[in-house]
Design a binder for this molecule. Structure first.
Ligand code: ATP
Length: 363
């Protein structure tokens, strides 16, 4: 039973602030995914939790116990790395038990029993006597995970553990990791730059950028209610479209329009719409929330198709509005071609408005 908390934690390397005053709690038994672009501070956060890096400011606690200045081995934490970090000259089994034997905290019988259990959970019973070079990438990663299971850690840290696997195996291992966590419920922080991995694995997802946590929420909440433009554009593929608009009061309703008039959207009557009038805003619409030929006089996005990308189950169109590239995900086998002018209908319940300057969600 372990909840881990980072309290106002900052990590600086000389003049680089890798982690900037973050507050984060990984609840007991939770699988929390930390996602963000390269260099945003994910691995540093994970290394601070492991004890491999020391914090510059702030505190790390586990169930209230102060871990901040403890060495890795005093934290009862286990880590799984991208490159597996297995010893090449040791068998899979020896790799799994090495840490336990050297710690001397377990009897031989206990070690044997834990390896048997972990091997059964991970379906690697037949691989235990092989050395890493005789294992596939996925098998190596299972052994690396097995090594963490036998130690029964208070919490588990995973740094891009699937990124060296091919696409098919990655998807398979993703499902296996999910299942494993459902069984074991070890408090886990999982770092990735892949938003699909984050969405599919996380009980909650923390989106990070430039050393700061932008939003922490359940995957669907992040997708439906991004707190700012960064999260909106980072979560979802293809990314959310955004373009500049202004809101006007039309008497009995409010509309968001672009300067050229190619976008006009009647806003559903929720929240303080009057506060948006005349503000510099960016409209956000996901590619899947627009539909070909359903525009009305009140709500539409008009564009000329520049590129068509058939995806098999759907089609992606590119078009420019206000000089910005927009993407539209429409039904497969559409007869539209580059050069065609189309008026799309918009699901106005699913649009977003962001402050053009700060990026904060305003609607
Ligand atoms: P990636 O996905 O590319 O691994 P990341 O989000 O994990 O990126 P970090 O590795 O945490 O990012 O790095 C955050 C910032 O801190 C980067 O600007 C990086 O260059 C810097 N940084 C990380 N480790 C060190 C170090 N030991 N010394 C100096 N700067 C560092």
């Amino acid at each position: 039973m372990t909840a881990i908390t980072l309290n106002d934690v900052t990590k600086r390397f000389d003049d680089v602030t890798a982690v900037d005053s973050i507050d984060l709690t990984i609840n007991d038994g939770e699988f929390l995914v930390l996602v963000g672009p390269s260099g945003c501070g994910k691995s540093t956060t994970l290394r601070l939790l492991s004890g491999l890096e020391t914090v510059t400011e702030g505190a790390i606690t586990a169930n209230g116990r102060d871990l901040t200045d403890l060495a890795p081995k005093e934290r009862n934490v286990a880590m799984v790395f991208q490159n597996y970090a297995l010893y090449p000259h040791m068998t899979a089994k020896r790799n799994m038990t090495f840490g336990m034997k050297s710690a001397g905290d377990y009897t031989d019988e206990e070690i044997e029993q834990r390896v048997t259990e972990a091997a059964a959970i991970l379906d690697i019973e037949d691989l235990l006597e092989r050395k890493p070079k005789a294992l596939s990438g996925g098998e190596r990663q299972r052994v690396a995970i097995g090594r963490t299971l036998v130690r029964d850690p208070d919490y588990l840290l995973m740094d891009e553990p699937l990124s060296n696997l091919d696409a098919k195996l990655r998807i398979q291992m993703r499902a296996e990791l999910s299942q494993l966590h459902d069984e074991l419920e070890t408090t886990t922080l999982y770092v990735t730059h892949d938003q699909t991995e984050a969405m599919t694995l996380g009980d909650r997802v923390a989106v990070m950028n430039e050393g700061q946590i932008q939003q922490i929420a359940e995957p669907q909440v992040l997708y439906d209610y991004p707190a700012n433009q960064f999260v909106a554009e980072f979560i979802g593929s293809p990314a959310m479209n955004t373009l500049p608009v202004t809101v006007t009061d039309e008497g009995d309703h409010y509309v968001a329009t672009s300067t050229s008039g190619d976008v006009k959207i009647q806003l559903p009557d929720t929240g303080d719409l009057e506060a948006l009038v005349g503000e510099d805003l960016r409209l956000g619409i996901r590619p899947e929330d627009m539909e070909e030929d359903t525009g009305t006089d009140d709500s539409y996005v008009r564009t000329t198709v520049s590129v068509t990308e058939p995806l098999g189950d759907s089609m992606l169109l590119h078009g420019h509005v206000e000089g910005e590239l927009l993407k539209f995900q429409i039904a497969a086998r559409s007869a539209l071609n580059p050069g065609d002018t189309v008026t799309f209908g918009v699901d106005s319940d699913r649009i977003h408005l962001f402050d053009a300057e700060t990026g904060a969600a305003r609607y």
